[in-house]
Write a protein that binds this ligand. Structure first.
Ligand code: FAD
Ligand code: SIN
Length: 532
């Protein structure tokens, strides 16, 4: 058994930030299922929203967040995260993060942070590193982690399940005491034990056929927490990003909202602008509205994509501001300085997750959750662009402070080794790949941008059957990461479907044709699911 003071699952912005804060006070393990930089964080483009300009205010950022959240944000959480953002940004810069700067006009060459704009923001407030903000965040955080002797990073280690006192058969409060982890290289399942465990496993974009997310985003943290008895909230609110590159060879490549922030305009297949039909902010309307508008235009015209046109801007500006998008599109034969970019909506962000307070505490003692895996109340029914990196930074800091202020008691529970039982090597891997594809298509077709009761009920029936088959397979065969991910996407798909069935209204990202309006008298604001 490997014993640590702090055990962190995930090496994105949430996990790494937390690790750096607790490392001076104990031994830290970071368990991450692929290489250390591989995370949603690494692909973030637009940037981090924070109030750093004299023209901006906390009040304005709070107002924009509440507006996007469609009545479901927790206002005090919003206020705290927005207020504490600038201090956390200053720490990140101190650590070595290099945000893009611009020359202050008529200042003789003095520089200030360059602030971008995105949908739903009333001010320019997005700090960015050109269009590769996430890559630069990971670089800076990983360099700082490497300099910390107290932190050990376990790459290619897959967290299978949380070990809790209740699962071990103890009565009384449920406490998380460790995690079973698959070492992908050896196939061995190791036991990690720690006084405090942080879930920082990110989101679940891969539950959908089309997504902006990399392969790691299979909702493992939500599935593990659900199995352990934690409360899961608001999983119906899956955010679809309006502009993912449409090209047969491009896998999940995002075209940042910052392109629209800098003047990019959405046009239909025939080059005609359409967003004025849907919202006064046109191409910069909140994301849920833009994604639905594109979906509706595509369904109406039968076109396979719409277009995003920024060719009216000078080529030099486009290439300097969006070097990654420019180069990537060019690889696919699209010169974005000369032609419009074909785009489609794709699953992007999980607004719900493991229910926590603002300090990342879950209902299970010793278990914290921070970042996309968590549901703090910041995003409500729809996340404001670039608020997620901000939430992860602020909440990682708060969770670390909480954890250090209440040092976890030493674990005296006896933890058994992982039992392989009668399991043998899988004989028909086609079962895994078939079910994997079926779930992702089912979710895209029946539980996508526009929902109906009938489609949701069909999806619920299908997923119940698939779950049965997957569970049987799980118990019969020796685990590997494909099977574990399949088991997790099935669980998360089920949680999304059942949450969407419970919400009998259209609000924010949950749009159901059978309940086209928001219910003004909601008895219960959050959709809550807990394993019975
Ligand atoms: P992640 O960064 O996703 O990290 C999760 C980590 O957990 C990974 O290391 C992963 O390998 C590991 N992991 C997962 N499961 C397991 C397991 N079972 N065992 C071990 N390890 C596991 N947000 C913004 O605010 N601004 C942006 O500009 C922005 N742009 C984005 C662009 C793209 C293309 C995408 C996909 C997202 C973007 N987002 C943006 C959202 C934002 O990047 C994420 O919400 C945020 O990075 C999540 O950080 P995290 O630390 O919670 O999770
Ligand atoms: C983007 O750059 O469009 C992504 C921003 C976000 O998801 O917050």
């Amino acid at each position: 058994m490997k014993q640590f003071d702090f055990l962190i699952l995930g090496s994105g912005i949430a996990g790494l930030s937390f690790a750096l804060k607790v490392a001076p006070r104990g031994r830290v393990a970071i368990v991450t299922k692929k290489s250390r930089a591989e995370s949603n964080t690494n692909y973030a483009q637009g940037g981090i929203a924070a109030v750093t300009s004299k023209e901006d205010s906390v009040e304005a950022h709070v107002r924009d967040t509440l507006e996007a959240g469609a009545g479901l944000c927790n206002e005090s959480v919003v206020r705290t995260i927005v207020e504490e953002g600038p201090a956390r940004i200053a720490e990140l810069i101190e650590l070595g993060m290099r945000f893009s700067e611009r020359e202050i006009p008529e200042s003789g060459g003095a520089k200030e942070l360059d602030l971008g704009r995105e949908g739903g923001h009333s001010k320019r407030r997005i700090l960015h590193a050109k269009d590769v903000t996430g890559r630069e965040i990971e670089r800076a955080l990983l360099a700082a982690v490497a300099a910390q002797p107290n932190i050990e990073v376990f790459e290619n280690h897959f967290a299978i399940d949380l070990i809790t006192s209740q699962k071990l058969g103890y009565v009384g409060e449920n406490r998380c005491v460790g995690v079973y982890v698959l070492d992908n290289a050896s196939g061995a399942v190791e036991t990690f034990s720690a006084g405090a465990v942080l879930l920082a496993t990110g989101g679940c974009g891969k539950v959908y056929l089309y997504t902006t997310n990399p392969d790691i985003a299979t909702g493992d943290g939500v599935a593990m927490a659900y199995r352990a008895g934690a409360v899961i909230a608001n999983m119906e609110f899956i955010q679809f990003h309006p502009t993912c590159l449409y090209h047969p060879k491009a896998k999940s490549f995002l075209i940042s909202e910052a392109v629209r922030g800098e003047g990019g305009v959405l046009k239909d297949f025939n080059g005609v602008e359409f967003m004025e039909k849907y919202h006064p902010l046109k191409s910069l309307a909140p994301r849920d509205i833009v994604a639905r508008a594109i979906d509706s235009e595509m369904k109406r015209s039968g076109a396979e994509h719409v277009c995003l046109d920024i060719t009216h801007k000078p080529a030099k500006f486009i290439i300097e501001r969006f070097p990654n998008i420019y180069q990537t599109c060019l690889q696919y034969g699209i010169d974005i300085t000369k032609e419009a970019i074909p785009v489609v909506p794709a699953a992007h962000y999980q607004c719900g997750g493991v229910l926590t307070n603002i300090d990342g505490e879950t209902e299970i003692q010793g278990l914290y959750a921070v970042g996309e895996v968590s549901c703090t109340g910041l995003h409500g029914a729809n996340r404001l662009a670039s608020n997620s990196l901000l939430e992860a930074l602020v909440c990682a800091h708060r969770a670390a402070e909480k954890c250090l202020a209440n040092p976890p008691a030493k674990n005296h529970l006896k933890i058994p080794d992982w039992q392989f039982g009668q399991a043998h090597n899988p004989d028909e891997l086609v079962v895994v790949s078939h079910n994997w594809d079926e779930i992702r298509r089912l979710m895209w077709d029946y539980v996508g941008i526009v929902r109906t009761n009938k489609r949701l009920q069909r999806a619920a029936k299908r997923i119940a059957n698939l779950q049965e088959e997957i569970q049987e397979y799980y118990w019969d065969f020796i685990v590997n990461s494909d099977l574990l991910e399949l088991r997790n996407i099935a669980t998360v798909a089920e949680l999304i479907i059942h949450s969407a069935l419970q919400r009998k209204e259209s609000r924010g990202l949950n749009y159901n044709l059978d309940f086209p309006n928001a219910n003004p008298d909601l008895a219960q604001r959050n959709t809550i699911l807990r394993r019975s």
